[in-house]
Write a protein that binds this ligand. Structure first.
Ligand SMILES: NC(=O)c1ccc[n+]([C@@H]2O[C@H](COP(=O)([O-])OP(=O)(O)OC[C@H]3O[C@@H](n4cnc5c(N)ncnc54)[C@H](OP(=O)(O)O)[C@@H]3O)[C@@H](O)[C@H]2O)c1
Length: 347
């Protein structure tokens, strides 16, 4: 590339930024962005907006005003172009049909129907294909998708709010508003970003949470609730049928509108069964909002990918103890209103 042209990574960063715009809507498909350049200038861009909708490459190529330039273009795409017929025709074929001579790819696709075939198809048609540009950034962008396919379980984000003296509820499970309004807003953004939200029985019972998205645009997650003995009162919010909810139980109960019941074996550990079942149901990510029994079980089993803890300045003196974490995996500490946000990453 000539010295006076912008660096390749600039265009790939733009494609990664575009990909992010599909958050919450593209799943279970990966987040993908695409930038079309001609002699170092962007002439088209697009991203995968919605599961079932056109892929990023289709949107980007369609956005180019002068289609004759595609024959001399350099296309940046954050994930290997697909080579199979899914809900839409193969993107590799589309790039070939338009005579795109150069394609730069961030990550290869782990999906078995694609894995390497998209790049191979393009090369066989005479295109120059470079792969691996900003690959770590691309894997982070699609960490839910990669974890789901590689580890055969959903990506797990553990989240709680604790007091300065290490409690997350009062005595006898008394719910307490621990974090401030900014932290709550961020929590609703996080709920919109993950496909499911999970709570233990006592949290559902004592806090009676809605587990939906408020004060932030985005889809509601699938509510996942542990209720081994089906003890939750019918008037509780998780049973209101207002959004899809999945109950894990040892009992049998027929499904109802927006309420599904999955019966687990009492002989085996609960959480591995739940994660395997969620994987079968194509759930790519779960925000675990407690309580400490669920959180500690996941932490002890090493089953987590991110932890986000709000620590408020208030003290309770006694109550339900928060999980204890060391410094291992701590990535950042930032202020969110009056609270501190500790982020841990296991990636
Ligand atoms: N501040 C925060 O961020 C926050 C967030 C969430 C919750 N909380 C607080 O946490 C308290 C509840 O916490 P908690 O630890 O008592 O309850 P929890 O984790 O919500 O639920 C515990 C119950 O879920 C089932 N369970 C959870 N993990 C299991 C496992 N690995 N294997 C088998 N069963 C499992 C058991 O149900 P069975 O009883 O049916 O056996 C267990 O008694 C509440 O006071 C709530 O307000 C605070």
């Amino acid at each position: 590339m000539a010295d006076d042209l912008p660096d390749d990574s600039l265009f790939m960063r733009r494609a990664l930024d575009l990909a992010l715009l599909g958050t919450g809507y593209a799943r279970p498909n990966p987040l993908v962005g695409c930038v079309v350049t001609h002699r170092g200038r962007i002439i088209g861009e697009g991203w995968h907006r919605q599961h079932g909708g056109p892929h990023a490459e289709v949107n980007a190529l369609a956005s180019v005003a002068d289609q004759s330039l595609l024959k001399e273009s350099r296309v940046y795409v954050t994930l290997e172009p697909c080579a199979h017929h899914g809900k839409t025709p193969p993107c590799a074929d589309l790039l070939i049909a338009h005579g795109v001579p150069e394609v730069v790819v961030c990550n290869d696709d782990p999906f078995p129907l694609v894995a390497g075939r998209g790049n191979a198809k393009l090369r066989a048609a005479g295109a120059r294909v470079e792969t691996g540009l900003l690959a770590p950034e691309g894997r982070w962008l699609n960490r839910r998708f990669f974890t789901f396919h590689e580890k055969k379980r959903p990506y797990l984000v553990l989240k709680w709010a604790e007091t300065a003296d290490g409690f997350l509820a009062g005595r006898y499970f008394q719910p307490v508003a621990i974090s401030g309004p900014q932290a709550r807003l961020l929590t609703h953004q996080w709920r919109a970003e993950e496909q499911a939200i999970l709570v233990g029985t006592r949290t559902a019972l004592h806090d009676n949470p809605h587990l939906n998205v408020r004060d932030w645009p985005g889809p509601n997650p699938l509510r996942v609730v542990l209720d081994k003995n089906l003890c939750l009162p019918p008037a509780h919010h998780v049973l209101d049928g207002h959004q899809p909810t999945l109950f894990y139980t040892y009992r049998q109960r027929p499904d109802a509108p927006n309420r599904a019941y999955a019966t687990l074996s009492e002989a085996d550990d609960l959480l591995p069964q739940i994660l395997a079942d969620l994987w079968q149901r194509q759930v790519q990510s779960v925000l675990v909002e407690g309580g400490p029994t669920v959180l500690n079980a996941l932490l002890n089993a090493g089953l987590w990918d991110e932890i986000r803890v709000f620590r408020s300045p208030q003290k309770l003196g006694a109550g339900v103890a928060a999980p204890r974490l060391g410094l291992s995996g701590l990535r950042s500490v930032e202020n969110v209103g009056d609270d501190e946000l500790f982020r841990y990453v296991n990636w």
